[in-house]
Design a protein around this ligand. Structure first.
Ligand code: WT7
Length: 712
């Protein structure tokens, strides 16, 4: 599909573009109001809450969050900015996170389920772990870590654990001792884990022999060997490997246990039965855990989160934005290996004495009705997941939710922008039009939500996360640091003007990178101790509508510049997905002599749909109608599936590599690596036929293609 040069140039002239601007053509979506039934029971239903969090009340407004916790010593300084931008919250305060998540609930909720764990195989029994039982397991494992491993306050430990209850037990046992845990997502390779062991200088690795995924008992311990070898290569020796067993007493891995190094946790625990470990009273600003933000192009950054600030922030946001009450059955369908799981499966819900559901496996195993069966059986009433899961369930089982008798009062979407079309399916089909939806925008580095609607008090708008949350004051800045006014159709860089308790403390071991990545861009006075001088640069493009709601456009480095017209990938994909045959869409840039870059669109169809010229034309038509001629894709490729990470994100750099005849890069972290070759053959042979083989790319162009899409 080619377009006339003058049309392109004309389109380009119509918009003035600077680096930070992304051309925006979204249409305003209509509001959806929360159901009265929800408002009646909500934790935040009185609008006076907004007065308590106005900017004049900052930072003292966050006392309200900290007061949700039990402190051993109350703090004397709410926010200390003396070493800006290394903020300190609740200084002078002492507390223990494990105590706050478990011990303090025992008097009232001893026999209430803290976790309900659903194994992937449907014939295995669901387990409810009461607060009392959790307390016991945490204490026993803490005793083991202290007495057998010799770990103490401030030491780091790496976990490479799947979605099993042993993971939160391990986390909370560390928290009890003041040991800093660093959980690496179970789906990551051994080498990725090894790099993180080395960076955090952990001497102990906690792993598991095997776990279920897509109907298969996967060997996981095998990755430990790779991890230890990689860590050693990077100069870090692992002394002990603690191996939880998926089936107690039975070893399900093919790798040998190394004598003197590897130990079965269930065997060791026999010596610690009934042991009680006093929770260590930690300073508020002591680190609680590290969470590495992934990256294939750059070294992962260990986001260091604090004890007092972080825990206050996840408690407050869980209460008001997730609307968690102790009576709720709350299911956050994410992996604890991501920040979402740390904040909103474990730490946030548990501070509020919730019942938190954990599911071991994939959403569509054995079929796309599985999540709804779980919801029905357990009586889940709060459901929290990511657009990628929602799209997958919509694709494979659009009519499944109505077959099951569950009722959600509240649903969340998190992790990437959600296409309004997908939002509507979530609302209508999954939520049965009875549930509120919060679209929560934030990042690993942030601890908890930054942008969202307060569910009983602010209407929802598909595709927009909403305004800044309580106590968060965002601003959109252009490249020069000038605010972009609301209601403008121009996008810019979304920043947070103020510090907040959940913000990470530093990049572990690399404070310079902390400052240069997140604060240097808009800071004008290096020595300033005034927080007003340190806007936090999130790295996302966004625009703000007249009503104050933000629309997040994705990473600022994820734009396709067609003849000077900066197009957001998400906007292109949202336009494509309005075509009813389409389940998923991914936009990538292709080097184009005429326009600099042109758009190529990859499409996956809903089941039962067949590839056809008509579908391609519908997609082009939708993009042209909703965005403009300039965005019309050069090619549309209907592919059997998209290359995806284990967390379900489409790896755009892989298809960008294919489109540009360059290397797709590392594909070892893909859930479906085999699809890459299939797509490559399909696309490149057709391009050769059409005479579209590109010239040799410059180093800069190669770098751009390689880095396209957010690094996973
Ligand atoms: C990036 C952070 C936060 C937990 C999971 C992801 C994108 C996140 C949204 C949302 C639009 C979103 C941003 C952000 N993102 N939530 N609701 N709407 N975009 O954590 O891996 O650190 O990724 O995800 O681009 O910067 P992460």
């Amino acid at each position: 599909m080619t377009i006339q040069t003058d049309e392109v140039m004309k389109a380009a002239q119509e918009v003035e573009v600077s680096e930070s601007q992304i051309a925006v053509h979204w249409r305003e979506e209509e509001y959806f109001v929360p159901p009265a039934k929800f408002i009646g029971q909500a934790n935040a239903s009185d609008p006076s809450i907004f007065d308590r969090f106005t900017e004049e009340k900052f930072p003292e407004c966050f006392r309200e969050y900290a007061d949700l916790l039990s402190w051993d010593t109350y703090w004397h300084t709410t926010l200390d900015t003396s070493n800006a931008p290394f903020w300190k919250w609740f200084v002078g305060g002492r507390l223990n996170a494990s105590y706050n998540c478990v011990d303090r609930h025992l008097a009232k909720y001893r026999n209430k389920a803290a976790f309900i764990w659903v194994p992937e195989p449907e014939d295995q029994v669901t387990q409810a772990i009461t607060y009392q039982e959790l307390y016991k397991r945490i204490n026993e494992f803490a005793a083991l870590l202290r007495d057998f491993c010799g770990l103490k306050q401030g030491d780091r430990i790496t976990f490479h654990l799947p979605m099993v209850p042993d993971l939160p037990v391990s986390m909370l046992a560390c928290a009890r001792l003041g040991v800093i845990h660093s959980e690496v997502f179970g789906g990551f390779s051994g080498a990725a884990c090894g790099g993180r062991i080395a960076d955090s200088k952990s001497t102990v690795l906690v792993t598991m022999d095997a776990y279920y995924r897509n109907g298969e008992l996967l060997d996981h311990k095998v990755k430990a060997e790779e991890a230890i070898a990689e860590a050693e290569k990077q100069g870090q020796k692992v002394d002990k490997v603690l191996v939880w067993r998926r089936h107690a007493g039975k070893y399900s891995s093919k790798t040998e246990m190394v004598k003197g190094r590897d130990f079965f946790v269930d065997e060791l625990l026999a010596d610690y039965k009934g042991k009680i470990v006093e929770p260590v009273s930690m300073p508020a600003e002591a680190p609680l855990f590290l969470m590495y933000t992934s990256g294939t192009t750059a070294k992962p950054k260990g986001a260091q989160h604090s004890t007092g600030g972080y825990l206050s922030y996840v408690a407050g946001t869980s209460k008001y934005y997730q609307d968690i009450h102790p009576e709720d059955t709350y299911w956050c369908f994410a992996d604890i290996g991501w920040i979402t799981g740390h904040s909103y499966i474990v730490y946030g819900p548990l501070t509020l004495a919730a019942t938190s559901v954990m599911y071991e496996g994939v959403p569509t195993y054995p079929d796309a009705g599985r999540p709804w069966r779980i919801a029905e059986r357990l009586g889940v009433n709060i459901f929290h997941t990511a657009p990628t899961t929602i799209r997958m369930l919509r694709k494979l089982g659009p009519d499944e939710p109505k077959k099951y008798n569950y009722h959600f009062k509240h649903m969340t979407t998190v992790g990437e922008p959600i296409e309004p079309e997908v939002w509507r399916w979530y609302y209508q089909s999954v939520g049965k039009q009875e549930a509120v939806i919060v679209d929560t925008w934030w990042q690993t580095e942030n601890g908890g939500f930054l942008g969202s609607t307060l569910p009983a008090l602010q209407p929802m708008k598909p595709g927009s996360c909403g305004p800044g949350v309580l106590g968060i004051y965002p601003v959109i800045l252009d490249e020069e640091g000038k605010p972009v006014p609301k209601g403008s159709t121009k996008a810019g860089n979304i920043c947070i003007r103020n510090p907040w308790p959940g913000i990470f403390q530093t990049v572990y071991g690399d404070p310079d990178r902390f400052v240069s990545t997140y604060y240097a861009k808009y800071n004008k006075k290096k020595d300033s101790k005034d927080w007003h001088d340190w806007p936090y640069f999130a790295g996302d493009g966004a625009l703000q509508a007249e009503d104050g709601y933000y629309r997040i456009l994705g990473r600022v480095d994820d734009v396709i510049n067609v003849a000077g017209h900066r197009l957001g990938t998400k906007e292109l994909e949202s336009a494509a997905i309005t075509v009813e045959e389409i389940a998923e869409a991914a936009a990538v840039p292709v080097i184009d002599e005429l326009r600099g870059r042109a758009v190529e669109m990859y499409i996956a169809l809903k089941p039962g749909q067949k590839p056809s010229k008509q579908v391609e034309e519908k997609v082009s038509g939708a993009i042209e109608r909703l965005i403009g001629k300039v965005a019309r894709p050069k090619n549309i490729w209907i592919v059997p599936d998209m290359p995806k990470t284990r967390s379900g994100k489409i790896m755009r750099r892989v298809i960008a590599g294919i489109s540009n005849f360059t290397s797709p890069g590392d594909i070892t972290t893909l859930a479906n690596p085999e699809i890459v070759e299939t797509i490559r053959q399909q696309v490149q042979s057709e391009k050769v036929k059409r005479g579209e083989t590109p010239r040799e790319l410059t180093a800069k162009e190669l770098e751009e293609i390689k880095a396209f899409g957010k690094a996973e």
